[in-house]
Design a protein around this ligand. Sequence first.
Ligand SMILES: O=c1ccn([C@@H]2O[C@H](COP(=O)(O)O)[C@@H](O)[C@H]2O)c(=O)[nH]1
Length: 278
Amino acid sequence: MTAPFGARLRAAMDTRGPLCVGIDPHASLLRDWGLDDDLAGLERFSRTVVEALADRVAVLKPQVAFFERFGSKGLAVLEAGIAEARSAGTLVLTDAKRGDIGSTMAAYAEAFLATSSPLFSDALTVSPYLGFGSLQPAVDAARAAGSGLFVLALTSNPEGHEVQRSTARSGRTVAQEILARLAAENAGEEPLGSFGAVVGATLSDVDEADLAINGALLAPGVGAQGATPADLPKLFGAAARNVLPNVSRDVLRHGPSVAALRASADRYAEEIRAAVGV
Ligand SMILES: O=c1ccn([C@@H]2O[C@H](COP(=O)(O)O)[C@@H](O)[C@H]2O)c(=O)[nH]1
């Protein structure tokens, strides 16, 4: 029986350092790596990132959009990348930001969280903006498979504020509601629950949101979006120990050299460890 995602993530963050690196094959990065913006380029890019980093970073996060650009053949590259990364020892968080009515959400859950699926991942990003309850099929599927979810709460982009910081019927902000629901899902889990939140590292504050959800806080925005490891303690406070910063472009720009990709990820992992004290 596989240990729950939260326990596996805690162990990976403690041993490898709290770092998630994105597999984001932007057309511009493919060009910078000397690759064509085509299926062969996509495949080479994805394989190189996995070869360079799957044995050392806690989490790899393929961004589905960049694979979907190439249709079904792109998805086949994603499937292979997920399988190779998992068998090389890293946790794979597939960034698909799925969210829909419950009956359709069940199909998304089957696609990414059923152990028999070719896209099966250790965790999946999901959007709660059809109502947190609409995510229930994904919560159930994740529990059954020992996988996890990362739910968008306070995203790294400035446009997120108008929705996420607006006031819900309870009088709390929408983000506060989502975080409270996650805390309830993670109650009693040790050492960490499997239901995390996305909280951007670029934010100047979290608007009194309670980040003590007993789950990981995926923090995209370090690197290309302007945040640094040194920003993390102030933003996350006592929750900093559970922060999993994501860096995509600022590591990937060091490719295609495997050694340079590794050196960049190692540097980030050390800087983040030193900043958050893990
Ligand atoms: O709030 C969010 C949620 C997800 N992302 C994703 O993270 C990476 C960030 O890439 P960088 O190159 O490090 O900026 C990307 O895949 C986004 O889709 C986010 O940025 N913010």
